[in-house]
Design a protein around this ligand. Structure first.
Ligand SMILES: NC(=O)c1ccc[n+]([C@@H]2O[C@H](COP(=O)([O-])OP(=O)(O)OC[C@H]3O[C@@H](n4cnc5c(N)ncnc54)[C@H](OP(=O)(O)O)[C@@H]3O)[C@@H](O)[C@H]2O)c1
Length: 258
């Protein structure tokens, strides 16, 4: 099925989606993007034959049937108020903190309105996109770009969204290991390569043991009296994981505006 795809807001995320899409072999979906950010829009249009820059946001809408909203939340209401949507527009909001119902009000009379949460690694066609509500067209689109998770209701969407707040903490965790190993005189590159390689293998562990939950995997590695058990116990005793879970709770409250 052919689609004419538009983006209102051509920033980091729109750029990643277009890059991922256009890396698919034989991909010819026409894409129309809004002129801001100027440099990003110009770069995409120069790189991909099927990508064109519209004169303004309204021109994006007028030239597409499926539109992704990708402006920052702070200006979204103002931007959307100015635009005239059609009843047949298929609207997918990528705007993180505005609920679907509010977007639906702003883009009326467009009837098909959903939310999606892609991640920047979509540029490499990696990392699942959460979509709400389930939608075969949107699911097929993101399914080809790293995978899709369809959820029925906003509360499930919001809870899953919290996962995306944990990436920086993850890299800080790896950096802690790296900094310590390097401080022992190991060349930084060598330490980095080793950590990267081992954590890639660990990331595959849930796939190789699909019936085990994460705590089982933790226990598999935490041999009694061993060094993994020691780190796990010491971190647990110091409240590291409790504090982490509390952060997740606070992020969730922020996402849901509670
Ligand atoms: N990046 C992520 O990882 C991520 C993940 C999930 C969801 N999101 C959501 O995706 C949305 C976009 O995020 P982003 O990271 O792509 O932000 P971004 O890089 O700041 O992109 C937003 C773009 O909107 C442009 N813009 C400003 N005013 C505009 C207007 N009046 N009309 C049209 N475009 C306008 C900006 O252009 P100028 O540079 O010229 O101001 C900028 O290029 C946000 O709502 C965010 O919540 C982002």
């Amino acid at each position: 099925m052919s689609m004419k795809l538009g983006f209102v807001g051509t920033g980091a995320l729109s750029s990643a989606i277009v890059t991922g899409l256009k890396s698919l072999p034989g991909e010819t979906t026409p894409v129309v993007i809004s002129p801001r950010n100027e440099a990003i829009a110009a770069g995409l249009a120069a790189r991909y034959r099927d990508v064109r820059i519209a004169a303004d946001n309204q021109a994006v809408l007028d030239q597409c049937d499926t539109v992704m909203l990708a402006v920052r939340p702070q200006i979204a209401r103002e931007v959307l108020k100015e635009l005239r949507f059609r009843p047949d527009h298929h609207v997918i909001s990528l705007i993180a903190t505005i609920p679907r119902e509010e977007i639906a009000g702003l883009v009326a009379p467009a009837a098909q309105v959903g939310k999606a949460l892609p991640m920047p690694m979509i540029a490499r066609r990696q990392g699942s996109t959460i979509i709400c509500p389930p939608d075969p067209i949107v699911a097929t689109f993101f399914g080809r770009l790293g995978g899709v998770i369809e959820v029925e209701d906003q509360s499930e969407f919001d809870a899953l969204s919290v996962v995306t707040a944990t990436y920086a903490g993850y890299f800080r965790y790896l950096d802690t290991i790296h900094a310590w190993v390097s401080s022992q005189g190991v060349p930084r590159d060598k330490a980095r390569d080793y950590i990267t390689n081992i954590y890639k293998a660990l990331a595959d562990a849930p796939d190789t043991a699909p019936d085990e939950n994460f705590m089982h995997l933790a226990q598999d590695y935490a041999t009694r009296g061993g060094i993994n058990e020691q780190v796990l116990r010491e971190m647990t005793e110091r409240g590291t994981f409790e504090a982490f879970a509390e952060s997740l709770e606070r992020v969730h409250r922020r996402i849901t505006g509670e």
